[in-house]
Design a protein around this ligand. Structure first.
Ligand code: CMX
Length: 424
């Protein structure tokens, strides 16, 4: 049975050749200019890095290896998506099985992880717990060990893959354990080697799921959040930290620390808070006028509408649409889900009239919380942890490819305001 490692080993020489030729033939071509505004403005729109795992098209959203997310990928399991991110091809049934076996072999979480997490202050944020859980396992890194033994550059990708498989195998276990420890749900539940990755995570959370719908939703959730090209805060941070040859435990936990910011992954906890505030204020679903007024009050108070707007997208996020479709199929009458649908109907108009957000449409975070809430996962500070388990796939895939292709240390040039005044 072909493993992911075998598959990559067969592809990497060709990829190296391709990049070498691209640089030889087009190395001097200009692909982006940078204005003063962009230099002060978070480098928005500057094309200055490469990411082959996925592309975010402003008008179409997430495209993974050439396949738009709504064109068949929402029915795939997350492990199939990880294979696709890394190799550019969807796996066969056998290949999916071999990846599941790779995870099953590496899923044991050492006892000291639980000891450390239990010793953290009771009010710790679940994201701080998740990132700590990853970092305390860093001493296991094969990458760091092999590097200190003097491994060759061409071999970097192998221990990067090994560390990534270890990380992806334990991540849902640690993440579910964080939930159970942080919210007094009982001891962590072990990984079931007979279940797929998404169903395992759902099961280890300990949420009652007689219909199997929560498992189905988790697979979708983990698939939809897997990657969003290379420039977003978490991917870019992981890329930069990894470029210093810090191992995947360091690089992924650094990326996830970025995901914990309210303008990035933490927005999903804020979104549900926003929806519940509306439900509480109006004792259920508001009228359209009440909702619009609530949005104006939020904006006039100088706050953002969570779950709306995006740095790259200029359309409703197809990942939001996928969640909306799932909700319509499985919980159309849920009062919180109904408010999410109403917000989608009325808030883009308010944001357009407000005139600031370049994209008045929902992003992925606008809908996911209402589904989690519906299935009984009600502790919304936990939601970014779910996002993290999924996004680690994209971060690991990018990192492994970067080590395989010998991408060097990130080091853009900064300039001072004085320099701008004299030269721009
Ligand atoms: N509500 C109110 N104002 C908004 C807004 C929103 N949802 N989205 C953007 N704006 C405002 C910005 O704050 C900015 O205002 P200032 O000029 O006063 O600074 C202005 O519109 C222009 O911003 P933009 O260029 O459209 O958006 P950015 O690329 O700067 O930021 C994002 C993108 C996502 C941070 C922003 O839209 C936002 O804060 N949205 C709400 C939070 C959110 O949903 N984040 C999750 C994003 C998904 C993810 O990365 O995980």
């Amino acid at each position: 049975m072909a493993s992911l490692k075998d598959k990559l080993a067969s592809q990497i020489p060709g990829l190296r050749e391709e990049i070498k030729n691209v640089i030889a033939e087009r190395g001097e071509k200009v692909i982006s200019d940078v204005t003063v505004q962009q230099a002060y403005g978070g480098m928005r729109g500057v094309k200055a890095m490469i990411c082959d795992t996925s592309v975010v098209d402003p008008g179409k959203g997430l495209i993974i290896r050439g396949i738009p997310i709504l064109e068949g990928l929402t029915e795939k399991w997350p492990e199939e998506i990880f294979w696709l991110l890394l190799t550019g091809k969807l796996p066969t049934e056998e290949e999916t099985k071999s990846l599941q076996e790779d995870y099953a072999k590496r899923c044991e979480v050492p006892g000291y992880v639980w000891d450390v997490l239990r010793a953290m202050p009771k009010e710790s944020h679940p994201m701080a717990m998740l990132d700590t859980g990853i970092l305390v396992m860093e001493h296991e890194s094969q990458f760091r060990k092999r590097y200190s033994e003097g491994m060759k550059k061409t071999e970097y990708w192998e221990p990067a893959l090994e560390d990534s498989l270890r990380l992806l195998a334990v991540l849902p276990v640690i993440a579910a354990g964080v939930y159970r420890i942080r919210y007094d749900k009982g001891d962590p539940i072990p990984y079931d080697k007979n279940l797929d990755w998404g169903a395992n995570y759902a099961t280890m959370l300990g949420i009652d799921d007689p219909s199997g719908e929560f498992k189905e939703m988790m697979r979708l959730y983990l698939t939809l959040h897997c990657d969003h090209e290379g420039g977003n805060v978490s991917a870019n941070t992981c890329h930069t930290v990894g470029s210093a040859l810090s191992d995947p435990f360091y690089a992924v936990s650094a990326g996830l620390n970025g995901l914990a910011g309210p303008l990035h992954g933490l927005a999903n906890q804020e979104c549900l808070g926003f929806v519940l505030q509306i439900e509480e204020k109006f004792g259920g679903a508001p009228t359209a006028d009440q909702l619009k007024q609530f949005a104006w009050d939020t904006l006039n108070a100088g706050k953002v509408i969570p779950g709306y707007g995006h740095a790259v997208l200029r359309c409703p996020d197809p990942r939001f649409i996928a969640f909306l479709e799932f909700g319509k199929k499985h919980c159309a009458d849920d009062p919180v889900f109904k408010i999410v649908s109403m917000i989608f109907e009325h808030i883009p108009g308010v944001l357009m009239e407000h005139g600031k957000a370049k994209n008045p449409q929902p992003n992925v975070d606008a809908g996911s919380g209402s589904l989690l809430y519906h299935y009984g996962l009600k502790e919304f500070p936990y939601y970014t942890v779910l996002f993290s388990v999924s996004r680690a796939m994209g971060m690991c895939a990018q990192l492994i490819l970067n080590r395989a292709l010998g991408i060097p240390i990130t080091r853009p040039k900064s300039v001072s305001t004085e320099w701008i005044k004299e030269n721009a």
